[in-house]
Design a protein around this ligand. Structure first.
Ligand code: PLP
Length: 392
């Protein structure tokens, strides 16, 4: 008999009752150190008092009005995002996938409104993850996500990761946009080098195509800058944000320049829940905290501490780990044994990590993880590595 919850997830056999900071406590009272943070979502840790207050204060006043009316929290969050980024305008969603959908629509509409409806093609890269809607799976490509779901939305081109020659060759008068995660998450913590991001910007500019960054996982302070692309000194035309921006409350956003958003006029897009007062109350608080230069400096300091510890693990477990990858607190350990074995050994050592493609385990702790918890994380990963060691 089918499970009452649709069996699309292969879950670990544990359930959590509450959390505090970087720790999760099971219904049975066991404490786990959470280096997954809900897949880069709980950016400020569990039960963060400031976020709890922002949410509960708003919960006692107003949850939902619809986008038929002005939503002051939404306006404030949009202003904050515009103030701190390349963007001139923001649309709020409930997830990264919805932001991906709008990115597709906006890019095509931009060209259509400019008199070029034939410019529909969107170029993406192998290993990408942009969400689970029919549009997002067609955009990211890959058998694992698309197989069996019938005819896919046309107009997407998939190139090898990091292949600039292929990108130059694929450019043409039918291309609407190029989409890339500056640092791939699901793809296995694979980073696009800064120079390559700059080259992508130049190629798009030369061909009048829009550049879309998917910063759903690598954005919101995760890499030590508010957004990962800031390290490369280039800006996109359109950017997807979600995960960390809600600190655990469902919230996403699509950011764009005024030019890129030119086609999106009244009635061309909408959402019932997107940008609701509750989500935006939390989002404002997250932005206020994470956009602070002092906070980001701390992320970088903690990141180098953590990275040092991880480099030590690679050195002491050369049969288990190959290398440390990533930037800031978006780190990966490329494994030599099956990554899921290391994740499982972590469960036994009461430390939570997240598997990624390319046989990587992802380490995405809360951005405000305590130094002592970083030391504890390295110690527990050491225990996990011991037991994941290949036999013999
Ligand atoms: C998680 C993720 C998405 C999809 O976000 P959802 O909120 O799960 O819809 C899109 N892009 C990237 C890079 C992601 O990591």
């Amino acid at each position: 008999m089918i499970a009452s919850v649709l069996p699309t997830y292969s879950r670990a056999p544990m359930a959590f009752d509450h959390g505090i900071g970087a720790w999760l406590v099971t219904t049975g009272g066991e404490r786990f150190l959470d280096l997954g943070a809900g897949i880069a979502v709980n950016a400020l840790g569990h039960a963060n008092p400031e976020l709890v207050k922002a949410l509960t204060d708003q919960a006692g006043k107003l949850w939902h009005t619809s986008n038929l009316y002005e939503i002051p929290n939404q306006q404030r969050l949009a202003d904050l995002l515009v103030e701190h980024t390349f963007a001139d305008t923001v649309f709020f969603t409930n997830s990264g996938t919805e932001a991906a959908e709008l990115a597709i629509k906006m890019a095509r509409k931009f060209h259509s409104a400019a008199g070029h409806p034939e410019r529909q093609k969107i170029i993406a890269f192998e290993g990408a993850f942009h969400g689970r809607s029919t549009g997002a799976i067609a955009m990211a490509g890959g058998d694992k996500m698309t197989k069996g779901f019938g005819d896919l939305m046309p107009g997407f081109v998939h190139l090898p990761f990091g292949d600039m020659a292929a990108l130059r060759g694929a450019m043409g008068p039918d291309v609407a946009a190029v989409i890339v995660e500056p640092l791939q998450g699901e793809g296995g913590i694979r980073q696009v080098p800064d120079q390559m991001l700059r080259d992508m910007r130049a190629v798009c500019d030369a061909h009048g195509a829009l550049l879309i960054f998917d910063e759903v996982q690598c954005g919101m302070g995760r890499t030590g800058k508010l957004f990962a692309h800031e390290w490369a000194g280039v800006t996109p035309d359109i950017m997807m944000v979600a995960k960390g921006i809600g600190g655990g409350f469902p919230l996403g956003a699509l950011l764009a320049t005024e030019t890129a958003a030119a086609g999106m006029v009244a009635g061309s897009h909408g959402s019932t829940y997107g940008g609701n007062p509750l989500a935006c109350a939390v989002g404002c608080k997250v932005m206020e905290i994470v956009a602070e230069p002092a906070f980001l400096a701390e992320v970088n300091r903690k990141a180098s501490l953590f990275r040092q510890g991880l480099e030590g693990l690679v050195a002491s477990h050369p049969d288990v780990f190959e290398e440390v990858r990533g930037q800031g607190l978006m780190l990966g350990l490329k494994c030599k044994v099956p990554n899921v074995d290391v994740v499982k050994a972590g469960y036994a050592a009461q430390v939570l990590t997240v598997p990624g493609a390319d046989n990587v385990i992802r380490l995405l702790p809360p951005l405000n993880i305590e130094d002592a918890d970083i030391a504890e994380a390295v110690a527990r990963l050491d225990v996990a590595a011991q037991s994941a060691r290949p036999a013999g």
